[in-house]
Design a protein around this ligand. Sequence first.
Ligand SMILES: Nc1ncnc2c1ncn2[C@@H]1O[C@H](COP(=O)(O)OP(=O)(O)OP(=O)(O)O)[C@@H](O)[C@H]1O
Ligand SMILES: [Mg+2]
Length: 385
Amino acid sequence: MTILCEPAARAGQLSPALGDDVRIAQTLGEVSRLLAADPAETLVVVGSAVDLDEALAFTANLRVERPAAGVVLLRDVLDVVVLTRALRAGVREVVARDDLASLVDACTRSRALSAQVTGVPQPRADERRQGQVITVFAAKGGCGKTTLAVNLASVLAAGGARSVCLVDLDLAFGDVGICLRTEPVRTIVHGLGMVGHVDVAGASSLLTACRPGLSALLAPVEPGDAERIPAALVSELLEVLPTMFDFVVVDTPSAFTEHVLAAMDASHHHVLMTTPDVPALKNLRVTLDMLDLLSYAHDIRSVVLNRSDAKVGLTMDDIERVVRSDIRAHVPSSRDVPISVNKGNPIVLDLPRHPVSEAISRFAREHVLAEPAVVATKSSKRWFR
Ligand SMILES: Nc1ncnc2c1ncn2[C@@H]1O[C@H](COP(=O)(O)OP(=O)(O)OP(=O)(O)O)[C@@H](O)[C@H]1O
Ligand SMILES: [Mg+2]
């Protein structure tokens, strides 16, 4: 169903585009009463006759009170000022009042988003969690960061006992959405208008519900959008998300970008991946030296060796000599890993007794769930710059 707020004379022209079950309200007060009486309603179309300031105040309030409900705003004239103010207030789309085809599309997109947001946990205003941020990084590509991040988040959320948010910081080539077979209707790019004032309602509106207990903040899909994301947005989101989730797992690109450093700064745990080959080990060594240089605490670090059983002429001694620290998880190689990715079902859920799943679950149990959280040293990045 849809609620349309528009005087009756004008509403008649719009209602055919909104379907048979549209309910017409003359004022925003009436919309509020209809919403209160129907907790399942997720779409309000605010007509062009409604004053802009009133429409935006109503939307900003609805975003906090009912994040799953969306507002599509109609205006006689679309200009940049109206669009910017509307997006800041949390309006999902602004459509020219005569453009009925765009109105239909905007309503479809808003309903699809509401269906996803409905599964995202909505913390009450008085409920603030102190979740842990876990950043998974490797300076060499293809070491298994995404595989570990997706499976770690899935195992931590398994059964919905804990709430977990998986953040895809591989902004240009992120594939978390694909691994979880999730449609990227909302991505981090929709948070651009929130820079400087990210709050719980704003952050929740960017998330996609994937499974019970597991939500994701997906990477942009359009080419070029990655460059538009400022590191400040990442920092702000990583301050707000831990107040909403027990764990925030961050997947990263294989480069020390500003965004990765923002995640490292916000993290309680740095998980550094490698594989048993000389280029990956060399890059891990450089990464460890870099983290030392930035004065991040050693005890928040875990080195994870992926494809640990690969027979490639290096002994465990050779590997430990380079790494100079304990290896906290050995994840074996198995063709079942890419098979699970192709199915869009993480291996820890698909085959929980598989040696890969057991290695990741043990790591989660012994090194993530068991250890007290300490946040990374914050001053280091400024010094580095
Ligand atoms: N233990 C494993 N056994 C078999 N295949 C694996 C294993 N871990 C990862 N893979 C496969 O290796 C490929 C690279 O893994 P993944 O995408 O997780 O790496 P990444 O570090 O995220 O790569 P990128 O740097 O491109 O983001 C994928 O096809 C994945 O399915
Ligand atoms: Mg990856």
